[in-house]
Design a protein around this ligand. Sequence first.
Ligand SMILES: Cc1cc2nc3c(=O)[nH]c(=O)nc-3n(C[C@H](O)[C@H](O)[C@H](O)COP(=O)(O)O)c2cc1C
Length: 177
Amino acid sequence: MKILMITGSAHKNGTTAMLASEFIKGAEEAGHEVYRFDAAFKNVHPCIACEKCHNTDAGCVFQDDMNEVNTQLLAADAVVFVSPIYYYDINAQVKAVIDRFYANDSALHGHKKAVLILAMADDTMESADGAIVSFKGMTKFLDWEIAGTVVGVECADVDALQKTDYPAQAYELGKNL
Ligand SMILES: Cc1cc2nc3c(=O)[nH]c(=O)nc-3n(C[C@H](O)[C@H](O)[C@H](O)COP(=O)(O)O)c2cc1C
């Protein structure tokens, strides 16, 4: 299976980076091919809703690192979204990539699995509610199958994360996709 992973954190060794690595380890052991796009280190302009991608043949007006994502996105059997929670939602880096899906909307419907991996400081699920609702809405709209989620509660940093079984959950999700 071809898997596109989109991460959002600028912490190269942070909580979500660790969960991403564990997922990849499991997925690769199971024979899947993972392409990881670390959005925090890429240039992805936010969508400006100019509609040029829908109303002309020219495609998106922004020629940036989204070109790299689009190739992988169109070929992917599964898309994995990995984000820290920022103010009760996924972070802006991941959201910018998702909004740019708009240019390929019609080609993206159906035939994909989707995974959501989150980490956050709070000790209740409430902080993740917004991210989960928008993930469910997006996958419903795109007709993608939700293959699993890992929500790291009370994981402000790697020390906290390592005391939990969330890394193991991410590994198992990758292995059993
Ligand atoms: C701007 C910002 C906003 C945050 N908002 C929340 C929040 O709403 N709820 C929460 O539980 N944690 C929040 N956090 C904490 C992070 O989600 C948490 O530390 C996470 O583990 C960071 O992941 P990373 O190490 O992969 O970057 C916030 C952190 C930052 C920097």
